[in-house]
Design a protein around this ligand. Sequence first.
Ligand SMILES: [Mn+2]
Length: 358
Amino acid sequence: MKLGFGFYAHMLNDEHYRFARQCGATHAVVHLVDYFHQGSGHTDSDSQPVGGRGGWGVAGANRHLWSYESLVSIRDAMAAHGLTFEAIENFDPADWHDVLLDGPLKTEQIERLKQIVRDVGRAGIRTIGYNFSIAGVAGRIIGDFARGAAPSVGMDGVDDTPIPNGMVWNMVYNQSAPAGVLPEITHDELWKRLEFFLSELLPVAEQAGVRLAAHPDDPPAERVRRQPRLVYQHDMYQRLIDLNPSPSNALEFCLGTLMEMPAGDIYQTIERYVTQNRVAYIHFRNIVGKAPHYREVFLDEGDLDMARVVGLLKRLRYDGVVIPDHTPQMSCAAPWHAGMAFAMGYMSALNKTVHANQ
Ligand SMILES: [Mn+2]
């Protein structure tokens, strides 16, 4: 496995590139979306976004970052610090809200996504992670859940409040949308929308040398905010793969989210998808409990045996990128950085130990 680091958009600078390298990272996964733009309730923009029922923030703030020239400039700035720009994580809801909602701008937005895929490929970036979800990462809670009362996130029951018009994927894309809420749709309808998205984009992705990697639904539940979800059990990843045989149809394999799912053996699931060569990159995270009641914790105190995971990845000859997902924050002047440094050190040690023991 290769050690990667996930950057939020406001961390795209020399200081953070150095920090990631100092932690041992060789690869970078980048969130270009500004989740926090005009958002309420975010006191610490370094941490993962956790919004209320109004979502994280307003979509579209960072669209300038997606041009070919911008991608190349980010890639080159990272390369100067020894980092490979491996993947972009998440499309901006401003660019694909009507793809998710089957709205009137769907065709236009699919063309925009195709252009992004071409530009990403031309810039030498191999992967785009996405999460095909209407509610997105909604309905989580914050608390002192991890060891030593470290602030973290969790879930305590499913949020079933309806989503207001103008909002999708937990962000606002139209601030002047008429009053009202999104209509409830069926799971089959949402699978059809995914199938359309994949059938349009995968041929372009193949040509561009890019893989589209699906994140499972976090938190996993049949419905969140009254909207259906696609991948809320381990098996549902297989349905997504079987929808389209393209080699560019891949997974953003989130160990935390998969562990949150009540059923299934995580170690068998890792083997199942890695051996199909569908895992584009891995989110390394640990939790305690199962949806709809779980807590995110430090890597060495959760239900998942991280050493066993790294050993398994080694045995399966997985040579892709692994990044820390979210992590609890630590009590000091730089709570997010300390949490990340702890996670990176732990991952690096596991990786070295596995190689030493082979
Ligand atoms: Mn994840």
